[in-house]
Design a protein around this ligand. Structure first.
Ligand code: ATP
Ligand code: MG
Length: 303
């Protein structure tokens, strides 16, 4: 191949890559909508005019967004109408479509649970034998019952599952729970957990290279945002003779930054703290002589 041709081919490839877009499906309205759009925003992706739209684009990232009912998202991603999607694991596993989970997103947390009327005696899964179970998750409930060797009648209903026992439609329900207050208000008690769920990012199984590259870029941003949320920036003052002990308590990203204060014999220490160990560490730091502790949220954390 002559040199000029090679150059043209190369520039064509760059053009294709430049024009490549990744299409994401998110819930149109409902419990996942706000957090999904917020996550994209935190990743620096600005969306044009999202209100009441079926589709929108970003001006600063090659991303197209489809707004859909959450139930339809796994199918759209399996079919490749959307390249990626944000959906609850509850819906994803219920629909049982062929897609790949790429990242847990840490929001939309809930569980799929079995609940029975509070007045009813419950002695384990065997109690469910022969009962009528109302649910919007027939596949997950059937798999759970099968796994526990229990035969029961599953009644699929699409909403307001919690009222089914009250109106005589079912004896038992299998529904999503977060705080448990809806069950409580309907005279039900939670007795088994079928699934713990959160929102996940899924992808189509046959993505082309340009989309895989864009997904990598997006994932890098998502992970930086998630990491930042788990960590806090901490500043404190300490007398120099205590610095060694204090540094030993602070892991930081590499090692803590120590700067002398205007007042002689004192230093300022800067570091990053993991949220899990946060309060324990603060107490230990105070006990070790730290003063004027400031804790600041981190917007992004790029490792
Ligand atoms: P759509 O109109 O998109 O079908 P929906 O009514 O099926 O919406 P929502 O109630 O908006 O769904 O819930 C969307 C998802 O939010 C659930 O599938 C689940 O993953 C998650 N979720 C988190 N907490 C709860 C909860 N307490 N109850 C219901 N869903 C929850
Ligand atoms: Mg739905």
């Amino acid at each position: 191949m002559i040199h000029g041709q090679n150059k043209i081919l190369k520039s064509n490839k760059i053009m294709v890559q430049m024009n490549a877009k990744i299409r994401i499906a998110v819930q149109k309205s409902g419990r996942l909508y706000e957090d999904s759009v917020k996550l994209l925003k935190e990743c620096g992706i600005e969306l044009r005019n999202v209100k009441d739209r079926l589709k929108t684009e970003s001006d600063n990232f090659p991303l197209e967004v489809f707004f859909l009912r959450d139930d339809d998202i796994p199918q759209y991603v399996e079919d490749g109408v959307a390249d990626i999607g944000i959906v609850g694991e509850n819906v994803l596993f219920e629909k049982n479509k062929k897609t790949t989970v790429v990242e847990e997103l840490g929001f939309g947390k809930c569980r799929l649970s079995i609940a029975v009327p509070r007045s009813q005696q419950y002695d384990g899964v065997a109690t469910l034998k022969g009962k009528r179970i109302a649910t919007s998750y027939p596949f997950l409930v059937a798999s759970y019952l099968k796994q526990h060797n229990v035969e029961a009648d599953i009644h699929e209903i699409s909403g307001s599952v919690e009222i089914a026992p009250g109106i005589g439609l079912a004896d038992v329900v299998a529904d999503l729970v977060s705080s448990g207050s809806t069950l409580f208000m309907n005279g039900l008690k939670e007795v088994e957990t079928i699934l713990q769920s959160q929102a996940v990012l899924i992808r189509n199984n046959g993505l082309g290279q340009p989309q895989l590259d864009l997904l990598d870029k997006l994932l890098f941003r998502i992970r930086s945002v998630k990491k930042a949320k788990r960590n806090k920036y901490i500043l404190l003052n300490a007398p120099n003779e205590k610095i060694k002990e204090i540094i030993a308590l602070l892991p930081g990203m590499k090692s803590p930054t120590v700067l002398p204060l205007a007042e002689s014999g004192w230093s300022s220490v800067h570091s990053v703290l993991d949220e899990d160990a946060f309060w324990d560490k603060i107490e230990q730091l105070k006990a070790a002589g730290a003063q004027g502790i400031l804790v600041i949220p981190i917007e992004k954390m790029v490792m």
